[in-house]
Each structure stands twice: as C-alpha cells, then as structure tokens.
Design a protein. Structure first.
Length: 117
C-alpha cells in the first residue's frame, strides 16, 4: 500500500502587516489548532526566522523542523517550498497533519496544510 497526502488548505499572502497571521489563517480555515498539527516545516533562510515564528505562533519546538531545517539541508532557490512540503509528507504518519510554510520574494509568504492518508 502506498502512502499519500491531501492538501487541506493552501494560502498565500503578500501583505507585510500580516506576516504571522497567514499561518494562523490556514489552521483556522481547516478547523484545527497548532496542537492538532504533528509537524511544522518552516523555511529557514536564516535561523532567526524560524525562532521568531515559533515565538509569535507559540509553537511547540519539538514539532518544528524536526529533521533539520534549510540551513542544514539546503535552501534551493525556487524549490524551497517543494523541498519542505515533500519532506513533511515523507515523515508524517497516517492521519497526522503537517504544515509547511515559506517566505516568498518581496515579503510575501505561503503555507500548505496536509494530512497523511
């Protein structure tokens, strides 16, 4: 049996004042809280970005970039979102939710919430 994932919510925004709100929006629209999410993959152009997000969103540190972030694994230009989403899908267990989030050029950001089927 092959494993699969389903995208539950996808959201993109390019408004600087909502820097941290878009991740909350994804969870709210799906009817979930951060506690319902088993793993977070947050793109890491530099380590302080992830630390800032964890503090602002009050995320459990043991759930964030648990298999290494972009500083250690790589930050491929134009493919960071694919790398973190694929890694998240690989490591989730059946029935678990995962949220991948990345900054975009120009101050925007994107997030995707997935469930392992």
């Amino acid at each position: 049996m092959q494993s699969a994932t389903a995208a539950l919510q996808v959201f993109a925004i390019a408004v600087q004042t909502t820097l941290f709100r878009w991740r909350r929006y994804v969870l709210k629209e799906a009817g979930l809280t951060a506690e319902d999410v088993s793993m977070f993959e947050i793109n890491e152009p530099f380590s302080s970005a992830v630390l800032c997000n964890m503090e602002h969103l009050n995320l459990d540190h043991s759930k964030v970039n648990v298999h290494g972030g972009s500083v250690s694994l790589g930050h491929p230009i134009g493919a960071s979102g694919a790398r973190i989403t694929g890694r998240l899908a690989l490591h989730l267990k059946q029935g678990q939710y995962g949220l991948a989030a990345a900054c975009n050029g120009g101050g925007g950001g994107s997030a995707i919430l997935i469930e392992k089927l």
